[in-house]
Design a protein around this ligand. Sequence first.
Ligand code: NAD
Length: 325
Amino acid sequence: MTILITGGAGFIGSHLVDHLLNETNHRIRVLDDFSTGDATNLEHLDTDRLEVHTGDIRNAKTVSAAAEDVDFIYHLAAAVGVQNVVDNPLESLRINLRGTENVLEAAHADNIPTFIASSSEVYGKSEDLPFSETDDRVIGPTTVTRWGYTTAKATDEFLALSYHRKHDLPIVIGRYFNIVGPRQTGEYGMVIPTFVEQALTGEPLTVYGDGTQTRSFTHVADAVQVTHELLETPDAHGEVFNVGAPNPTSINDLAERVLEMTGSDSQISHVPFEEAFDENFEEPDRREPDVSKLESVLGWAPETDLDRILADVIEARSETRPGVT
Ligand code: NAD
């Protein structure tokens, strides 16, 4: 079998490549434009079962060529990260809308089962915790740029579900909740790699807002295991699943834990959201998945072990910055 992973040079995508190479005998084809992904995420892999295509998912011909003769598609390529989306709104929308439509069209041409990576951002600023897949979404106005990402991801879900309903295309949608682990970059606003880097270099840890906002963090190893199992479970096809671990942590507690685990004497510095982004910026206060649907279909769901996540991230960062502990 051959598997196509769009965004396979990225953070989650490269862990999915590792996982599928380890757990299956399949050949893996990666399609990535290396915009936020990095060749170093794949450089440890020395196997003829991996082929890497450099290309842009906005180009329909590129996508259909990459999907030729594949048996499964994992669609992870996207413009990701709040900072990235706020800085490049038009490009982000095009990648996340046109790119996904190209992938679904290529999948439909050969009826290829396809996983679509969505996001907990789809719930917007809903306060109805924990979030269940059929809950109402609460989204801010179109004048606030950050809501473009959630709107594009939700439209991707509508598209995928419509291909399923109209053409019986076997799709499954996973809404990732703050997936973290080694190889994630802090460059686009991700909190754990940012805090760990700041702690290891003695810089202040920048907490946006008052730090009481909570997030549910999920180890990338669990996320790729769930992703693999969902696409290979026919009962999951045509469905949407939260992919995350419950047990939310406040950003203040996270910062304290990073300081403890790194032994850093960095300070914690609170920065108003309007200063970090722009005056219209809005940030959802709390995020927590209801994982009962995932548990009922797979028989398990990830559990948060924040210390294990932090230990893995700290170890990986220390390896790339020897001498800095
Ligand atoms: P990432 O930025 O590391 O991965 C995205 C990959 O897509 C990168 O390798 C990038 O180079 C590639 N890419 C971007 N634009 C492309 C284009 N036009 N053509 C081809 N490739 C392109 O981010 P990630 O965290 O690994 O995210 C993977 C997926 O998971 C994304 O769809 C993202 O929206 C979703 N997601 C991630 C999280 C999280 O916590 N990391 C949360 C919610 C949703």
